[in-house]
Design a protein around this ligand. Structure first.
Ligand code: SF4
Ligand code: SF4
Length: 204
């Protein structure tokens, strides 16, 4: 499925034209093809001691560019593939909106994640997905409202999760690809012998 977007191309921060990938099947295929490369870039980002705030600021900028062009109601891939985590407040809000007790809600929709108090949905796709829309949008879990979490701080410490989302979410896919172009490929592949990119990153 190809997600309709108003504009697939834009100038990235280096002044190059970037064409966004919005075909979900193609994103899934490319993610397998680029598995090693993506992991190497993750290692590259962790290897050099770049100030976390610098990396976050670059990611936030790219995220804003990409997400402003993608309409999530055309996609909903995250709602189809992930087992959303719910906290106690989420359970309270959703059960109240459905007029059932928290216990009934847990029995019907959730399973325990681990020994702490968090739960995940029993089923995927999410039972609250109606077509491409969330039937509980106003009461959706915090994890859904925050997804794909690229506006948050500490990108560098969340790379494993971000890579898990790369094959599912067109926003994550395109942000990560642009990030590679802007930070990594300009310094050459593979990165072992390239200089620490602190200067390059600050320029960006
Ligand atoms: S609760 Fe709504 S936003 Fe969250 S996964 Fe389900 S359908 Fe998607
Ligand atoms: S957050 Fe990503 S996977 Fe979820 S609907 Fe938006 S573009 Fe699709």
């Amino acid at each position: 499925m190809v997600i309709a977007v108003q504009e697939k191309t834009f100038l990235d921060n280096s002044g190059s034209i970037y064409i966004m990938e919005t075909d979900l099947e193609e994103i899934s295929r490319i993610s397998k093809e680029k598995g090693i490369e993506n992991w190497e870039f993750r290692n590259y980002l962790k290897k050099y001691d770049v100030p976390i705030a610098d990396t976050d600021s670059i990611v936030h900028k790219i995220y804003h560019q990409v997400s402003s062009k993608i309409d999530c109601t055309e996609c909903s891939n995250c709602c189809r593939y992930f087992y959303t985590i719910l906290n106690i407040d989420d359970i309270h809000n959703l059960s109240e909106s459905m007029g059932i007790s928290a216990t009934q809600f847990k029995d019907r929709f959730l399973q325990k994640k681990n020994e702490d108090n968090s739960y995940i949905l029993k089923n995927s796709p999410c039972p609250f997905l109606n077509g491409n829309l969330c039937s509980q949008y106003e009461f959706r879990p915090e994890a859904c409202a925050s997804f794909p979490h690229l506006h948050r701080a500490d990108f560098i410490f969340r790379l494993s999760n971000i890579l898990n989302n790369y094959s599912i979410c067109p926003i994550v896919f395109n942000v990560y690809e642009i990030l590679k172009t802007e930070i990594w490929t300009r310094t050459g592949l593979p990165p072992e012998n390239t200089p620490a990119p602190r200067k390059l990153r600050k320029k960006i």
